[in-house]
Design a protein around this ligand. Structure first.
Ligand code: ZN
Length: 270
């Protein structure tokens, strides 16, 4: 919310400066150097304000210009969704699937298209275990200032690869790093896709991410009914998160939570 308010205030300030500059520069002719000086001064003020405002809005967790953005679901039921972004990768996929199978947990995997292409066996294993599969773009590019053809390709090609892996359920989309501005949200809205992010993200805090125990404790502290929990377990660099997963699952169960896929969570919120 702070990001949204801050971004909007900065945009408003930038627009205000532009209007003031426009009014100041109109009227009787001034000496060219004075006019140039004003233009330079205004540009120096407006450009950083505008850029900072747009940057804040591009990574907001609660606001986007088009379409719906699901950060968590309003529900009184003790339901949470575990989401795993990135991958699939050989070895790590099998490891997390074995743990989820042993614990009887169904989760949602937001997969990267090119990694599905490179590792179709692991993508099929995720589908075969009954998990939900979502789209995390084809190349994991930052989707803030991309062209329409690139945006379309990132989304559509990944959906095709997910279908080729045998997945038949609803395909939700989760943006890399939650970064986007106008075009991706507009494209997703026009193609009736739901954008999902998260409200619990232990790895985003370096002091939490540095310790397996703190990752688990953070999730157990922050999760509430309807929470979407973001975790990464598909790379060796994420070994601490993988190690925290049993404690996260057992700890949330001990608090009475049940694990559902994101689509099931969305349905429970209606
Ligand atoms: Zn990612």
């Amino acid at each position: 919310m702070i990001n949204v308010a801050g971004g909007l205030v900065l945009l408003a300030a930038a627009v205000g400066c532009l209007l003031a500059a426009w009014r100041g520069l109109r009227g009787p002719a001034r000496r060219p150097l004075a006019v140039a000086g004003r233009v330079a001064a205004v540009t120096l003020v407006v450009t950083p304000l505008l850029a900072y405002g747009v940057w804040r809005l591009s990574k907001s967790r609660s606001f986007q210009f088009f379409g719906s953005l699901v950060q968590r679901v309003e529900t009184a039921e003790p339901l949470v969704a575990l989401t795993f972004d990135d991958g699939p990768t050989p070895g790590h996929t099998e490891e997390v699937l074995a743990l989820l199978r042993a614990q009887g947990v169904r989760a949602t995997f937001f997969l990267i298209g090119k990694e599905v292409e490179a590792n179709p066996t692991q993508a099929r294993l995720i589908v075969a275990d009954g998990h939900q599969v979502g789209n995390h773009t084809y190349s994991h590019a930052t989707m803030v200032a991309q062209s329409l053809p690139f945006t379309r390709q990132e989304v559509e090609r990944t959906d095709e690869l997910i279908r080729a892996a045998g997945y038949q359920g609803q395909i939700l989309l989760c943006m890399p790093g939650c970064k986007r501005l106008f075009l991706l949200p507009l494209y997703l809205q026009q193609t009736n896709r739901t954008t999902v992010i998260w409200d619990v993200e232990p790895e985003s805090y370096p002091e939490v991410d540095a310790s397996t125990e703190r990752i688990a404790a953070h999730v157990l502290e922050r999760a509430r009914p309807g929470s979407i929990i973001l975790l990464h377990v598909m790379y060796s660099s994420r070994a601490r998160t993988m190690a925290a997963l049993p404690a996260i699952i057992e700890g949330l169960r001990a608090k009475g939570y049940r694990f559902v896929t994101v689509s099931e969570l969305l349905a429970a919120g209606r």
